[in-house]
Every structure is written in structure tokens, then in C-alpha cells.
Design a protein around this ligand. Sequence first.
Ligand code: FAD
Length: 596
Amino acid sequence: MASIESHDYDVLIIGAGGAGLRAAVEATARGCKTAIITKSLLGKAHTVMAEGGMAAAMGNVWEQDNWKVHFRDTMRGGKMLNNWRMAQIHAQEAPDRVLELESWGALFDRTPDGRILQRDFGGHRYARLAHVGDRTGLEMIRILQQKSVAEDIDVFSECTINQLLVNDSEINGAIGYWRETGELVQFRAKSVIMATGGLGRIWSVTSNSWEGTGDGHSLAMNAGAEMIDMEFVQFHPTGMVAPASVKGILVTEGVRGDGGTLRNSLGERFMFNYIPPMFASETADTEEEADRWYTDKENARRTPDLLPRDEVARAINSEVKAGRGSPSGGVYLDIASRRDTDYIKRRLPSMYHQFMELAGVDITKESMEVGPTAHYVMGGVRVDPESTATSVGGLYAAGEVAAGLHGSNRLGGNSLSDLLVFGKRAGEFAAERALAMEHSTLDKQQVDEAVARIAKPFESEGTENPYTVQSELRELMQSKVGIIRNKTDLESALGEILKLKDREANVGVSGTHSYNPGWHTALDLQHLLSMSEAITKAALERQESRGGHTRDDFPAPSDEFGKLNIVATLGDSGGVNIKRESLSEMPEELAELFKD
Ligand code: FAD
């Protein structure tokens, strides 16, 4: 233990995406010695990849917009399974967080009279996404990073945390390794904030980068935190499908927000056949009305191309299954026939380059081929809506790793505003706790065990290759725990996951500790497996279809399951325990908003 590099901080933040950086700015402003850790480089993370924008009811384009409408849209998008208080706080505070980002230097696109421009996205009643072309995440990270560096926050880049340390059921630190040298590093902290993002890499077709292996979900659960909603995974309807090497890369919803339409191989705008009753009154049911909506929003109902993502992804899946898909197994997304070249290049510059360079497709002239891709996890660590505190003392969570705000399905644009609203709150409450206490001593036995576990793949005589096990897991989850699920597939997947867990115990790696991707993959594998188990067990337990969880053996939503969360916790044998728990009731003044 003496030989391990050691650091002490008031607030330790794991993850340098939008949630982590916003939390860091807040904790430092409140006088805490703060560090932020990222397993990649500062300025990377999924946040930088965000394209379309951040949702906030600022009313710049539609003055009728306000937090109540945003709250209502978020709850309906999540099929009413959201934590209502988180959805309320988010809708109320998002406009201030966006304006604050602007005051720190963010350069948003503008309305003709100079206010922040807002764009249309699926499930939002009004154009609501503040954006910077289709590179909004880049601007957000740029500003937050600048602010953090200016505040002198310590940054540990290319450092992977592998275990949280617990003392008397309270978090008091974390241990990890430098990716470059393989040397270990331990932190003592009074408060720890998880801001580690999502787990899209569990599936073989995903928009997520190598970082999205669910580390934070798994570390928090191992430390005793409760997880909720793990069965709800967002398959974004429009990922690239060809060529195979780029399958899964995201095509922003902004393409449809700016006029793009979906068609099948017969040239039909098939989304008119998939309008669910919940959205029927506000969705156009003729092409003429849908087309008119792009120019006359006052007098036309929204195009069904912009229904919430779960609806559109299922519709695409059904069209492909019915034999009406494109040659590469997707459908067509066309913006060229509605918008001119200048407009497309100005509003969607990244999409233009992405298709030109990766697929040789000129989107100003041709349709794109698109299909669903694993994109976002609604499930994660259960947090207190006000403070983001988890069920473990001293542990907070914000951003994609935390659950509750989005219910069973997230609306596009609601993640970036989530990061700002709850990142700030996490920083604030973690700081408050840290300032009121002293450091506690790290438990030597726990540290020694962690050190042995981290080193184990080198010492193992096992013959399993970490890449093979990981790739088999991802194919399994893609085929059996994907967009459409059923009991037979889920039970079979669970059996296979448990076998893969046994094989993981037999994984061995060779070479040195210095930048050894095989070793890193072996360690990530533990997170991927335990979260796959949680997702599959929760998916078996929820016997209904809702949002990002569709069971073809229970195709309708059920009243019973509509009132409860599935809670996952670590079991005694290292497996995942599942239980059901009732949702808290929404107060009457908010319930009123859904009466019509
Ligand atoms: P991330 O930004 O994913 O950051 C996670 C951080 O945790 C990283 O720094 C990572 O290195 C670190 N980390 C993880 N594990 C460890 C570990 N073990 N040790 C140390 N560090 C660790 N949402 C919107 O609202 N609007 C959009 O337009 C939009 N577009 C998107 C486009 C794409 C292509 C993608 C992939 C997502 C998009 N999203 C969008 C979703 C949104 O970007 C993410 O949900 C959000 O950025 C997640 O932010 P985060 O701060 O929670 O985590």
C-alpha cells in the first residue's frame, strides 16, 4: 500500500464529460479541493460527440413554451415512469444552466433578433434545443473545460478507476491505474461523484465509443448503490448501417428536426402507420399536413418522423422485418429533397462530412441509409432528486450513469441539459458534505484486495482471451437483449451471461503493465458482464412493453408495471438481485397537467 501513488481530495469526480465537468466547477466554486478523473483525455467523452443540442424551455422560438410543457413532454416521452421531481427540477432549471453556459462564452446559433436559436427534436412540443450547428457537445465541453482549467481543478487523464473504497458503509476513496504505465493510484475523498456516462458498448451495434463500458454503473453497484430502470435502453432510430465498418455511428435527430423524412424501400413514408394513441391528437396523419408543419407550425400537427425515439426505432425495425428495408438492412432518411445544399451544409455540417467521408454519400443529393443503434441507457444509479445522493453515504451520481429523469425513454436533447442541471447539483451537495467532515482512513485490506484483483489477469494461468469473451457478450446482447425481447431469449441470454462470467474468471493476459489494451479489456469485461446481467434480469422481470423495453410476449404497457421501478442490487454471491418498488406519487398540481 505504501508504494501506491496517493492523493487526498475533498471532492473526487470520476468522469470528465459534461456532468463531471459541471460538478467540478461547482465543487471548486464552493471552496473544495477537487479532482476530476477520466479514462481518456480531457475534452473527449461522449459529451463532445453530442450533435443536436440541449433542451431547455427558453421560449426563444415559441413564446408559448415554458417549464410545464417541457416537464409534460419529458414525462410523456418516458411513458410516465420518470421520477417526477427530477423531471420538474430539470425543466425548471435547464434555461438558467444554458444561459450560464452562454455567459461563460458558449457561442450558440442565433435567432434573427439575436437570441439563442432553438431547434425541433422528437417528442418536444416546441422547438426547444439550443444548439451550435450539429456540434453542440463540442462547444459545451470546450466551455466547461476552459472553466475547469481556469479554476485550477486537478485533472487525472488516462486514469481508470476500478474500485470505490468504502468505510463503514460510506465511500471514502477510489483506486485505479494509469493507462499509460499501468501503475496504481489511490485517492482518499470525502465525497465521490460518479459521472462516468453510459454502457452502449454492451451491444455490438452502438453509437458509443470505447469509453462506454458501464464502469460507473458497476462500481456503484459493487459499492452497495441501488440501480433502477436497467431494462430501459435507448436504441436511437438513426445510426449509420453501411458500410459495415461504421455501423452504429449516430445520425443526429437534427436531420429530421430540420426537415428529413423516413421512407422504406417502396418509397413510402411509413411513420404514418405507427402513430401511437398517446400522440395521435398532436401528430399529422397526412403527408400534406406533416409537410406543412415545417413551415406553418401554428396550424399543422407535428410530423410523425419526430415521434419519440422508441416509437421510431420500433417502426424501422418492423419495416425491415417486413422486407421493406434498404439493401444494408435499414431504411432511407432523406433531407435532400426538402432543403437546399447551403442549408444542409450550414445546419448539419458534421452529418455532411460524416456521410461523405465514411460512406461516399452526398446527403445534399442522396438519401442516407439508417437503422437503430444502441445509444443511451435510461437506467442507472438511483439518486435523490434534490441532491443526487445515492443510497451509499458520500456517493453522488449525475449524467447518464444516474437514473430517474428519463423514465423508460429519454427525449433527444434532454441529456445535455440533464448534465448541466444535475451536474451542478451534484457538485453543490458533494461539496456541502465534504466541507463538514474530516477524511477517514482507507481500509488496508480492501486496498490490498483491489490491488490483487486488478493484477489478476496477469497472474492468471487462464487461457480465455478477453477480446473473444467481450465480443461474444456483445453479439449475445445484440441478438437476445436488443430492441425486441421475449422470455425465451432473455432466459437463454441470462444462462449464456452466467457462462461468460465463469469464462471471465479464466481470462489471462500477457505483456507488460505499460499501455496494455488486453489488460484494460479484461478489467472492463467485469463491468460489461455485471451490467448485462442486471439489464437482462430487469428485462425478464418487467412483463410489459414500455419505452426502451419491448417484449413481444407482453406487447402492451401494463397498469401494474406502469407504477413501479425494477431495482437491481449486488447479491451476496456477486450476482445481481432484483426487486420491484412502487413509484412515488405525483402531486396534484403536476398531475393536472396530464388531465387532457
Ligand atoms: P460522458 O460524456 O460519457 O463522460 C464519461 C466520462 O467518464 C469520460 O470522461 C470517461 O472517460 C469517464 N470514465 C468512464 N469510466 C471511467 C473509469 N472507470 N475511470 C475513470 N473515468 C471513467 N444528448 C443530447 O442531449 N443531445 C444531443 O445532441 C446528443 N447527441 C449525442 C450524439 C452521440 C454520438 C452520442 C454518443 C450521444 C449523444 N447524446 C446527446 C447523449 C449525450 O451526449 C450523453 O448522454 C452525455 O454526453 C453523457 O454525459 P456524461 O457526462 O454523463 O458522460
